[in-house]
Design a protein around this ligand. Sequence first.
Ligand SMILES: Cc1cc2nc3c(=O)[nH]c(=O)nc-3n(C[C@H](O)[C@H](O)[C@H](O)COP(=O)(O)OP(=O)(O)OC[C@H]3O[C@@H](n4cnc5c(N)ncnc54)[C@H](O)[C@@H]3O)c2cc1C
Ligand code: SF4
Length: 507
Amino acid sequence: MADLVVGSGPSGVTVAGALLARGREVVMLDVGKGLEPDRAAARDTFASAGPAGWSRDDIARWQGGQVAAPPGRVRRFGSDFAMEPPEATFAEGADHFHLRASNAQGGLSNLWGSALLPYRAADMAGWPVTADELAPHYAAVAAFLPVSGTTDALGQLFRQMPMEGRTPLPAGPQAEEFLRRHLSAGPDPGATLGLARQAVAPGCRACGQCLHGCPWRLIWSAAQRLPALAALPGFTYRPGAPVRRFAEGPEGVTLTLADGSSVTGSRAFLAAGVLESARILLASQPVPDKLTLLDSQHGFLPALQRRATRPRPDRMPHHTLTQLFLEIDDPALSPYLVHAQIYGWNDFYARDLIASYGRRLPGSAPLWRLLARRLMVAQIFLHSDHSARAELSLAPDGRLRARTSLPADHPARFRAAARRVGASLARGGLAPLGFAARVNPPGSSFHAGGTVPMARTPGPGQSDRLGRPHGLARLHVADASVLPAIPATTITLPVMANAHRIASEAP
Ligand SMILES: Cc1cc2nc3c(=O)[nH]c(=O)nc-3n(C[C@H](O)[C@H](O)[C@H](O)COP(=O)(O)OP(=O)(O)OC[C@H]3O[C@@H](n4cnc5c(N)ncnc54)[C@H](O)[C@@H]3O)c2cc1C
Ligand code: SF4
């Protein structure tokens, strides 16, 4: 009997690859939505013209879909294919909890910012899996995941992902200037700054369209892994009706799909993303009837450059993914790292400024555009111990109910983190705009999980080191649902490494 893998996102393709490498037969069940043909054609036309051939109108058309997206909805390539609307997943609670599911081939990695870090060893203290145990699995993932970046100070914190031989994306003029000034200001105790690491394939054209969808698909999506898996013996990809529940027997696991059909495998690996995996677990009742979802909450701290940089940051060549990572290790602030991703110019800044302030000052648009060219933004993430939680339960119609709660000290903790990050920004020649700092809604970081956390001696509602919820032997949860906590640094690379470990060690 084959092994079953549910989902083709980063965790699903990683599990499938590890199982195939062990000579297992794998059937991957996926909803498998794809980019609409007209949007794919528009992308290919835009790509073939190349930056030198793009007119202002071409660029405006290309960006139009993303610009028109309602708040909370993330689009790429002008399409909504990769993010489910809230009402598809939630019967109630989605107004306060902004995590969304994906039913796409490749899952949410069609939309992601592709920022990559392993978890720092100290941020995994007390987990049933250590950072050193994950190290070979990071290496296995990096064998198929493109990793851009370089060796720098961040390497001391994140030894599990060596950066020798990697090439960074070209840092924009703002990031270069910031790095230079920060370095020349001398040591910044408790802060470690370096170039961002991203899952971007070599050949970046520095065209600045990253937040609209890379026309050449250089920003990795897990869907790109499927052809390589399909070329291996023993792999079957089965897109179609969603999996709704499972039942475990002595010989295998049977998955029941929304169309009433079922499929049985020797083992099943749930990698449907934290919301869909929770829905399947709750419907199958191997867990208590409420699950607690942990979130690493994030917020923004804008800052202005004291001097304009040359060349202008809004002119090519540049990219609009995160430019820099800043890690704050300050026990007075948190026992865990506070993680900040620093962005340079992107085309949303001027639009947002004009929409927020421009209407009150007719004719002021050029001023906001000028200001936007001096803006850098730190996206600050906190550990899940300092962030909101959502209690998930199943509504009678099979969708989820989410009830969100926030730790009492959260606003003060975020303000303190923003002040500390702001101090590092100031050393790099920026004037942090503390009054404009804002915390974003729970779930909106998309760094969430921990509904069935791995534990050394799992009890009800927990899973073992192999992601098996208490009482189960053949059903493994392989996505972020099994993380014991959500550190502030990026989530997907550690989830992929852990998924690889689970699939490599499963009996
Ligand atoms: C805007 C945005 C930016 C992000 N930026 C970053 C970043 O910079 N760095 C980072 O580390 N992370 C980032 N993330 C988070 C990252 O995308 C997720 O951590 C990652 O995609 C999770 O992978 P997954 O495979 O566990 O789940 P998903 O990507 O959600 O994939 C789920 C898969 O399961 C399938 N599926 C779902 N339900 C069912 C069902 N019932 N039956 C069958 N199949 C099903 C789907 O079709 C899909 O293939 C970002 C996310 C978003 C939305
Ligand atoms: S700048 Fe962004 S969109 Fe342009 S080629 Fe590089 S990764 Fe792709």
